[in-house]
Design a protein around this ligand. Structure first.
Ligand code: PLP
Length: 275
């Protein structure tokens, strides 16, 4: 449980820190966020997360975040909340603004908290959903707090005993999950959709591209039906094999390509805290 969080310039007790009910992040989802894995008080790949936060803020037209301050906030929160495993949740919003008006003039809101997390199992079930990611939308590729469509899709996954839902994009191509990127094995080769599919530039995805190697391939959504192996990547899942897609079991998951990706990722990530 988080004891202390960072809010607008200082550490505060988690149970008394308050954000205005008029915060634009709350009222209209005008905010961006990052989830960073923390192991034994150390944040993994923090520099990459900070740069993505700044990129998302830019994309949303928010003022540029002070990344030195965000880094200091993360370190302070980790120090104040010792835990073997957790997730740093960085939230940066448009700040206080009366309902119906534009962003506030008081400046943006920055919150950093440490959230509990469980070690994810090596394999999981996923479902496909009929809703699409808009690869040409204003929010494509940005990690914004406007995550409503992910919340709906994840609820659908949970109804079917799955932990993730996969989206296609508006032109029927494979895209990503609600909070993960997707990789597939076809004829023994590893592929993942390109960023042009509308997926988030996942940090774990990029590390798998760098460390394991995979082709960025524009794939039809129904490739999932014939993929030999499927895996997900994200900060909280690392590399996680898929053992069921909708009603189709993928026996033997993790298959050989996935198992190798898991092995390489775990080894390299343990070696390099800020790759
Ligand atoms: N796609 C979406 C929509 C996400 O929210 C996330 C997780 O944050 C990812 C992909 C995976 O990104 P990362 O590996 O940086 O956690």
């Amino acid at each position: 449980m988080t004891l202390a969080i960072w809010l607008d310039g200082s550490l505060r007790a988690a149970d008394s820190a308050q954000v205005s009910v008029f915060d634009h992040g709350l009222t209209v989802g005008d905010g961006v966020f990052e989830t960073v894995k923390a192991v034994d008080g150390r944040a993994f790949a923090l520099t990459r997360h900070l740069h993505r936060l700044a990129g998302s803020a830019r994309g949303l037209g928010l003022p540029e975040p002070d990344l030195d301050e965000v880094r200091r906030a993360c370190e302070a929160v980790l120090h104040a909340n010792p835990a073997p495993l957790g997730r740093l949740r960085i939230t940066y919003t448009g700040g206080v603004s009366p309902l119906g008006s534009d962003r506030g003039t008081a400046g943006p809101t920055l919150v950093v908290a440490l959230v509990d997390t469980d070690r994810r199992p090596d394999t999981t079930a996923v479902v496909t959903v009929p809703w699409t990611r808009n690869e040409r939308g204003a929010l494509a590729g940005l990690k914004t707090t406007s995550y409503g469509e992910n919340v709906v899709a994840l609820a659908r996954a949970r109804e079917h005993g799955a932990s993730e839902a996969l989206f296609g994009n508006t032109v029927g191509r494979l895209c990503e999950g609600t909070g993960s990127n997707v990789f597939v094995v076809l004829d023994g080769e590893l592929h993942t959709p390109p960023l042009a599919s509308g997926c988030l530039a996942g940090i774990t995805r990029q590390l798998v591209l760098d460390w394991v190697g995979a082709k960025e391939t524009d794939l039809p959504f129904d490739v999932l039906e014939r993929a030999e192996e499927i895996f997900l990547t994200s900060t909280t899942r690392d590399v996680q094999a898929v053992h069921r897609l909708d009603d189709r079991p993928l026996p033997g998951a993790p298959g050989p390509v996935t198992a190798e990706a898991m092995r390489v990722f775990a080894e390299r990530a343990a070696d390099d805290l800020d790759p």
